[in-house]
Design a protein around this ligand. Structure first.
Ligand SMILES: [Zn+2]
Length: 97
């Protein structure tokens, strides 16, 4: 499987580390409902088909990426920057396009 990093271009999956479900949001630390924190840490879906995941380009630019991948075919339909660089790939030095 190859992931097209917005900064580095197409790279083998061995350069990346899987970061888990990209749709889960951490509860605000002021939330005192422990069930919300337990769900954030332990409860995950096991989807069949397209799924948004986080991948860390540890063997390259070290950016976090939001990847939409089909869990059946491994087809990747979109890759975008995650975290504070989300939507700003064109402004990162060395980014393609
Ligand atoms: Zn990269």
């Amino acid at each position: 499987m190859r992931i097209h990093c917005p900064c580095c271009g197409p790279r083998g999956v061995a350069e990346f580390s899987y970061g888990g479900d990209g749709t889960i949001r951490r509860p605000d630390l002021s939330v005192t409902d422990t069930d919300a924190h337990v769900a954030y840490v332990f409860e995950r879906e096991n989807p069949r088909g397209p799924h948004v995941e986080l991948w860390h380009h540890i063997g390259g630019c070290r950016h976090w990426l939001r990847v939409t991948r089909d869990t059946l075919t491994h087809e990747i339909t979109s890759v975008e920057m995650a975290g504070r660089f989300a939507g700003e790939a064109a402004h990162i030095p060395g980014a393609g396009a």
